[in-house]
Design a protein around this ligand. Structure first.
Ligand SMILES: *[C@@H]1O[C@H](CO)[C@@H](O)[C@H](O)[C@H]1NC(C)=O
Length: 589
């Protein structure tokens, strides 16, 4: 791994233009290091393919929370599919009857399985409405407490169009699991939703207007996008009592929002509103500028002077051929053989432009050209001045909003009584697992360490192995045609090779031709190879080393390397540009 850091640092130094002198030796050393690491990685991947790595075995967690669900064998005691009809009242499809016919199963994943015996809740039917819910042992009330909602989503068949979000349902006596539907009141809706180009991790909170008692959905205004992959994705929502909401994907924060500022419509209505009874007075002057009423047309302003006049000083060019016509009969045209003078009339050759005129200034009668009239003024208009009567832009008077209320802590949610998935999807086999709903960020993290972070690196490895291998015998494509996801190891190797080959003779060109290599490709390589080598070395040995730990170390190293590159790029860009300019100037002079 160190070798990659060396490579990245070498690229950095070159960018900054500081080690031009011994760049060549550094580069050739780095290049061969890269080559050998890449070779090692390739053969590691190959040997891993022959022996599938040993998977960790699922063990139920001992972590406690308001609700923890791992879909163990007693899951049916908690979860109940709904047989409700979808409520379409008021919608355009009011006549259509949608029943929740979609089936659910609890089973192991069939795509990139990263843990033995780890079952999840699976949406079984494509293009069907699915609804299922589980009651909480006790209602969950987060007043004054942090709320943590975390769960795994595995899109085993990808996702073109469909939801994979969960709903925390309002606690009320009428909460019948059999009847759970889209009309069941919820408190929080959280999770991915994708259809075509729309891709969001929803965060919607149903908020009660204390004045009217009505509920309104408050949507996170700029929702992050979900990653549509077949490996497990971990979704975490944290709502702090100070109205801060945080969304994490795979443990990394992707969003921090303030409930009072970043939701639409806002939780609280405006204090003042425009007075609907106020209207703009007829006498209101809203013209900011007017034609100066005191200005008069100057005496010498001739409005009738023409725009163009004949240039009296012009003389006929000496080579002008006054006696040559502009067109002549085409000397090459011939009378067609079947032309009958008596019937068709006299044959006349078609005319062509006179070739003699092409070689001189012109032919035919010469006339003086016209030029722009220097004394042309056009129509006089008064200059514009600031309007002394201008009153500014009119706006209605503000009055107190009669519907105003202020909820200073929308983070205090309504009590929640159950959790449900109520979704429609075009792709079946979405798998949900490892649900945590409670109040401890640390416990949720620990839970993720036991579950998600144990299987995720293995799922990634399996995904990598499933990619088509590059056939060594086939002629290699040009490195610039390579697509990263086709074969990441090959991609990185080729790109870095190309970079170092060019860099040995001309570092600036190398950066221009292989920007990926300079711009942090090394960092990507480090992460990827770490995962591969970490997992591969694990597969044979006992006891299995901690893959997650290794991945973390390497990730930190990669981030560090990437930052260094970024820093050097910004400081080195100017000197690089100057260098390129110098070259351009030199070669053109
Ligand atoms: C809100 O509270 C959390 C947890 O105490 C804290 O980490 C965060 O910085 C706070 N945010 C703001 C904006 O005060």
């Amino acid at each position: 791994m160190r070798l990659y850091a060396t490579a990245a640092t070498a690229a950095v130094a070159l960018l900054a233009g500081s080690v031009r002198a011994d760049a060549q030796s550094v580069l050739s050393e780095a290049s061969s290091s890269v080559s050998s690491v890449a070779t090692e990685a390739s053969s590691a991947v190959e040997s891993a393919t022959s022996g599938t790595p040993e998977l960790p075995t699922f063990t139920p967690t001992t972590i406690k929370a308001d609700f923890v669900e791992q879909f163990t064998d007693d899951w049916e005691a908690r979860w109940k599919p709904s047989h409700a009809k979808k409520d379409t009242t008021g919608s355009a499809k009011e006549d259509e009857e949608w029943a929740y016919v979609g089936e659910w199963a609890v089973e192991e994943p069939h795509v990139f399985k990263g843990m033995e015996g780890d079952k999840g809740l699976v949406v079984k039917n494509a293009a069907a409405h699915h609804a299922i819910s589980a009651k909480f042992p006790k209602k969950i009330d987060n007043k004054g407490k942090t709320l943590v909602v975390q769960y795994e989503v595995k899109l085993q068949n990808g996702l073109e169009c469909g939801g994979a979000y969960m709903k925390l349902l309002r606690d009320n006596k009428a909460l019948h699991q059999d009847e759970f539907s889209n009309a069941s009141p919820y408190v929080v809706m959280f999770g991915p939703d994708k259809c075509g180009s729309t891709n969001k991790v929803h965060l919607i909170i149903n908020h009660k207007n204390p004045k009217t008692g009505e509920y309104e959905e408050k949507h996170l205004s700029t929702a992050p996008a979900a990653r549509i992959v077949k490996t497990t994705e971990l979704y975490t929502l944290i709502i702090h009592p100070n109205n801060t909401a945080i969304i994490k994907l795979n443990g990394e924060q992707v969003k921090e929002a303030n409930l009072l500022e970043d939701f639409s419509p806002a939780f609280n209505p405006p204090k003042e509103i425009d007075d609907p009874k106020d209207s703009k007075p007829d006498t209101w002057v809203d013209e900011a500028r007017i034609a100066d009423p005191e200005a008069t047309k100057p005496e010498d302003w001739d409005e009738d002077a023409p725009f163009e006049i004949v240039d009296e000083e012009a003389t006929m060019p000496e080579d002008w051929l006054e006696n040559e016509p502009l067109t002549i009969p085409d000397p090459e045209a011939e009378k067609p053989e079947d032309w009958e003078d008596e019937e068709d009339g006299d044959w006349i050759a078609p005319t062509v432009p006179n070739p003699k005129c092409d070689e001189v200034s012109g032919c035919g009668k010469w006339e003086k050209p016209t030029i722009k009239n220097p004394s042309f003024k056009g129509k006089w208009t008064a200059p514009y001045i600031d309007n002394p009567a201008y009153k500014g832009v009119w706006a209605p008077r503000k009055i107190k909003n009669p519907d105003y209320f202020e909820d200073k802590t929308p983070a205090n949610l309504e009590p929640m009584g159950a959790l449900g998935f109520e979704i429609w999807t075009m792709q079946s086999d979405i798998l949900f697992d490892n649900i945590y709903i409670g109040h401890s960020i640390e416990d949720a993290q620990k839970f993720a360490d036991e579950t998600f972070f144990e299987k995720y690196p293995l799922e990634q490895l399996l995904e990598l192995e499933s990619k088509p291998k590059v056939d060594e015998k086939k002629p290699a494509r040009s490195p610039s045609d390579l697509v990263f996801m086709d074969d990441p190891v090959h991609y990185i190797r080729e790109k870095l090779d190309l970079f170092f080959t060019i860099a040995q003779t001309d570092p600036i060109q190398a950066i221009k031709f292989v920007p990926e290599a300079a711009g942090g490709l090394a960092a990507v390589a480090v992460t990827l190879l770490a995962v591969i080598i970490g997992v591969v070395s694990m597969s044979g040995s006992t006891p299995p080393p901690n893959v997650k730990k290794a991945a973390e170390n390497v990730k930190a190293a990669a981030t560090d390397a990437k930052d260094k590159v970024a820093e050097a790029v910004s400081s080195g860009a100017d000197s690089a540009k100057a260098e390129v300019n110098k070259r351009t100037t030199r070669s053109s002079s």
